[in-house]
Design a protein around this ligand. Structure first.
Ligand code: GLN
Length: 546
């Protein structure tokens, strides 16, 4: 089927956290199930050029794409629900848009004209959206923030113009809103939705479809009332009911007729949806045969959103093992020699995730030691691998106080260090780091190849010698200590093709102990769980039964 790319814009009203990202991802899954190809774009109204510099405990995880872009965590949802290949053109912030306009202004591209929000910023937004046109049938574009915010106005103005530019049949507006149930009145209330749509219409956008977030299915009467007050078709009022399992959302949307309404409005013909894979997945997740307890030893405040992809990847790892994965979030700051056993003793598996900064590092090292000595399956990711190497160096290879230079610049044994020079495969150039480049721009980011040694946990999981995984870190395994650590029994099971970078380490004579310099969680999918998570959960499950 060849036609030009059509656009679906998803806005949100009433309040934040209604699940716009998930809704956009689920729409993508639903359209793919009808045989359409999709991409998904996130427009974020904040001034940061990208979320790379934002604190994950405020903003949630930084999701990394293959091309090394540091993006909003919603792109993680998009990749987990669809086959879309995402990269730098799938996430634009106000900062990124202004940055390009200001570069053009300095270059003199505007030929002396006055540079303004309309048309220059709005044109730049439209151009950025259009970068996603051409390759796919449908581009779904989610606008961050809530309608009524000052920040999102230029984005809303740009998407308003979009319909006039592209034609009515090529652009669809979906608005996600809240229909709260008020217990004292014993009924659901439509007023917040009416106000939110009024706000949207005041800036010239009439939504075509309303996704109403609510606890219970909306009655025909309520739908008719919303349709009347908001000027939409009754069958365009869709109940977005709360669900226990996020992978149920495409199924719920379909039952409410969302995909039919979308293709009717955009005037597209497709095959009927095939949702069996999602139905089977939900069934598996809802009826596990057993369960396993995993301790995640990290730096926690209360925002588990900061490890979103990791949590999902762990749940995915349970699927092929028919088991439910229970996660216990443990603040590494609280772990000391004396209470380690008390805190971690009942865990079937221990995972130390990525992280930056020295707080809680010694607690993480103790957790790795505890897992190694007590033969509890251990999975170290990025920083988690680095602290496992330091622990092994200290306690097995006899290198007193070995450390990463991120935490101890004077250590006698800098087993993890900042390479002064390294070859960036993607850029095809040598990269240099110095004291000035500590905080920005010098991270190893995005997909890098890795060669796996046979006869290792890594090979057992991947079943192939060549893999590619995504990175986001500055420090590396110091190859100066390679021989000494190998002699003491550390297995280097994954190495960069040029032999310079150590990507995976493991320990023999242990049920499963593996650390990787990359972030495998970014590539795990519910329909295709990541092999390392699958094997970690398998080993933890075995430990639980032992
Ligand atoms: N802080 C470490 C580094 O920069 C690890 C980073 C991470 O875990 N993502 O190398």
């Amino acid at each position: 089927m060849a036609f030009k790319t059509k656009f679906i814009f998803v806005t949100g009203g009433v309040l934040s956290s209604l699940g716009k990202g998930l809704a956009s991802a689920a729409i993508g899954a639903l359209l793919e199930s009808r045989g359409l190809t999709v991409t998904i774009v996130k427009l974020d109204p904040y001034i940061n050029v990208d979320p790379g510099t934002m604190n994950p405990f405020q903003h949630g995880e930084v999701f990394v794409t293959d091309d090394g872009s540091e993006t909003d965590l919603d792109l993680g949802h998009y990749e987990r629900f669809t086959n879309a290949k995402l990269g730098s053109n799938n996430n634009f912030t106000t900062g990124k848009i202004y940055h390009s306009v200001i570069i053009k202004e300095r270059r003199g591209d505007y030929l002396g004209g006055t540079v303004q929000v309309i048309p220059h910023i709005t044109d730049e937004i439209k151009k950025s959206i259009m970068l996603n046109a051409g390759e796919v049938d449908i581009a779904i574009v989610e606008i961050g923030g809530t309608v009524g915010d000052i920040e999102s106005l230029p984005f809303l103005e740009a998407i308003r113009q979009f319909r006039a530019d592209q034609g009515k049949e090529n652009v669809l507006y979906i608005h996600l809103t809240l229909v709260p149930y008020i217990a004292t009145a014993g009924e659901v209330k439509t007023k917040p939705t009416q106000h939110s749509v009024k706000e949207l219409r005041s800036i010239g956008i009439q939504p075509d479809i309303l996704l109403c977030r609510t606890e219970k299915l909306l009655s025909k009467d309520i739908k008719s009332k919303i349709a009347l007050f908001c000027n939409v078709d009754v069958d365009a009022v869709i109940t977005a009911k709360d669900v226990k399992c996020i992978y149920e959302v495409p199924i719920i949307f379909h039952k409410e007729g969302l995909d039919d309404k979308i293709i009717e409005s955009l005037n597209i013909w497709t095959r009927a949806p095939r949702l069996e894979i999602w139905e089977d997945l939900v069934k598996k997740l809802e009826e596990p045969e057993c369960s396993v307890n995993i301790a995640i030893v990290g730096k926690y405040t209360d925002l588990t959103e900061s490890y979103k992809s990791l949590n999902e990847a762990l749940y995915h790892g349970g699927i092929p093992n028919n088991c439910k994965v229970n996660l216990a979030f443990i603040d590494s700051d609280k772990i000391g020699e004396s209470n380690c056993k008390k805190i971690l003793g009942s865990s079937d598996g221990i995972l130390v995730p990525g992280g930056f900064g020295s707080r809680g590092v010694e607690g993480k090292i103790l957790a790795a030691k505890f897992a190694r000595e007590n033969k509890i399956p251990f999975f170290g990711i990025c920083l988690g691998m680095q602290i496992a190497v330091a622990e092994y160096a200290r306690n097995v290879a006899g290198m007193l106080n070995a450390n990463s230079t991120e935490f101890d610049k004077q250590t006698e044994y800098p087993v993890i260090y900042l390479m002064k020079e390294w070859y960036d495969f993607k850029a095809g150039t040598m990269q240099k780091r110095d004291i000035y480049s500590e905080k920005g721009g010098t991270m190893r980011l995005g997909a890098y190849p890795c060669v796996i040694e046979e006869d290792t946990f890594a090979y057992q999981a991947y079943q192939t010698k060549e893999i590619s995984e995504r990175h986001r870190h500055r420090y590396e395994f110091n190859v100066e200590y390679k021989e000494k650590l190998e002699e003491s029994g550390l297995v280097l099971s994954g190495i960069s093709p040029n032999g310079e970078l150590v990507e995976i380490i493991e320990i023999k004579d242990h049920p499963w102990f593996l650390g990787c310099q990359f972030h495998p969680e970014f590539k795990s999918r519910p329909l295709n769980p990541h092999p390392l998570f699958r094997e970690f959960i398998r080993a933890s499950l075995k430990n639980a039964g032992a």
